[in-house]
Design a protein around this ligand. Sequence first.
Ligand code: AKB
Length: 316
Amino acid sequence: MNKSILIIGACGQIGTELTLKLREINGINNVIASDIREGSKELMQSGPFEFINAMDYHSILAIIEKYSINEVYLMAAMLSATGEKFPAKAWELNMNSLFNVLNIAKEGKIQKVFWPSSIAVFGPTTPKENTPQETIMEPSTVYGISKQTGERWCEYYFNKYGVDVRSIRYPGIISWKTNPGGGTTDYAVEIYHNALLLGKYNSFLNKETKLPMMYMDDAIEATIQIMDAKPENIKVRSSYNLAAMSFTPEEIAQEIKKIVPEFKISYHSDFRQKIADSWPKSIDDSRAREDWGWKHQFNLKKMSESMLHSLKIKYD
Ligand code: AKB
């Protein structure tokens, strides 16, 4: 069957690059971008776009029927830091959008769903190093609670209704094309921009806060790979642990200094420190590697070179 793909939340950090890559692979007219707002010029000019409110079942269904969609990537979400400011809104968006898409899949109107989970499903009682796939999960943010609940529902819809839903627990994602918004790991993107524009950065996480991170190229690769895997190879129907690297603000600053020698970092932690302290420092993603062949390409050095190179061209 020809793929006809809908991306909900296409204008966000991951949605933008995912849309561009899926269009490259599947053809422009087979990948419909949608969001509640307009995105970057590159995204808006790259192919068909529809306005969709992810909380509105009927507007999602209308677009699915209009384009005979068979795969949906649901990328709309409120992230950890913004979620703490607007807990009820975060819950409403993160849960309602998922139920809308799962129910459309249950009704047989689409064949496959991708839904992102996050390392935020883990909490202060989770083992911090090499966090296993199955372990204690007591998330302390509303975003984390919504993602953990969402994982349970994905598994339930697979077991009970046979919905082919696939999911990854993303670590912090670092990219240069589209900025993240409202996350705790966002410092690791801002730092590169500030290094080039100002030669300095004031980090909202303290110097030894180690978190799992991943370059966008790897995140897109993993997303497409899990969606292309044979159904029998997807043995985890809640969400897969996924990892590439872990580092602290001090370590990323040292790496940046190798390319921008005058760069200086200072520290002033805020409410996001508590969120970061509740998350794992490193992730065991051996199940993703065994089940569907996941392999990362970027470490801190390679990512820093790529980020600074791409941003220099963007700013020049
Ligand atoms: C956040 O910081 O909230 C996100 C995430 C780890 O899911 N980047």
